[in-house]
Design a protein around this ligand. Structure first.
Ligand SMILES: CC(C)(COP(=O)(O)OP(=O)(O)OC[C@H]1O[C@@H](n2cnc3c(N)ncnc32)[C@H](O)[C@@H]1OP(=O)(O)O)[C@@H](O)C(=O)NCCC(=O)NCCS
Length: 199
């Protein structure tokens, strides 16, 4: 296996409407504005949410995410509207096991841009990146059982329900939840690959 740092990664992934790219210095302001408008809906499920008290906190995070991208430890990406340049939210490939070639897709979207299919498009783009470029053997999505919007993204994207990890997620209020796990393996991706492209 290549040392992970030698694995080549694209600078960006694009669909008709969405651009995904690793974070870079200067993205902190856009990230902060998106988090700030979305606290109510993201905070229960995103443990890093309360860390964004100022644009400088967000800038600190984007530079950390970028460093981890370069090391291939974690592949956090920003999601951008190609037409307007608006920062839409965050996604990426996380909990990477380069030996198994297993990746978790994570996502959140700013409040004003929910319900437009951007996240579903991002999941499709990342599945393509993982399976077709990074030779994934497993791509999974994990969400707290009450987070029905998140589960809907996994289901809409063709991920297969795999099981329930009992008492494995604590929300921002400290309450424990079961996690639902959805995944794809290469044979399933092969069947999905040629369906309608991500928009
Ligand atoms: C979970 C979360 C990312 C889902 O966002 P979302 O906006 O519902 O997801 P999408 O962008 O894929 O949009 C899907 C919706 O857009 C609609 N839609 C419109 N155009 C669409 C298109 N071209 N393609 C697909 N869906 C489209 C779908 O019908 C669906 O609507 P519905 O909610 O009425 O069923 C969002 O609720 C969120 O950020 N939550 C907080 C953070 C979080 O929980 N993250 C996940 C942790 S596991």
């Amino acid at each position: 296996m290549d040392t992970p740092i030698l694995i080549d990664l694209p600078d960006k992934v694009v669909s008709d409407r969405v651009l995904l790219r690793p974070y870079k210095s200067g993205d902190g302001q856009a990230l902060f504005e998106a988090v700030d408008e979305s606290r109510e809906h993201i905070l229960p499920w995103m443990p890093w949410g309360p860390g964004h008290q100022s644009a400088s906190d967000s800038e600190n995070l984007v530079r950390t995410w970028r460093a981890r991208w370069e090391l291939r430890e974690d592949l956090a990406m920003g999601m951008w509207d190609r037409a307007t340049g608006l920062y839409l939210g965050g996604t990426g490939l996380h909990r990477i096991d380069w030996n198994v070639r297993s990746f978790e897709i994570g996502y959140w979207i700013r409040s004003s841009q929910q319900g437009k299919g951007y996240v579903t498009a991002a999941v499709r783009m990342l599945s393509r990146l993982a399976f077709d470029s990074l030779m994934a053997n497993r791509v999974f999505i994990r969400c707290a059982a009450p987070n029905v919007r998140s589960a809907a993204v996994a289901q809409r994207s063709g991920f297969v329900f795999e099981g329930c990890l009992r008492n494995s997620i604590r929300d921002a209020n400290g309450e424990l939840h079961d996690a639902q796990v959805y995944s794809l393996i290469p044979s399933e991706w092969a069947a999905l690959r040629d369906q309608a492209p991500a928009r």
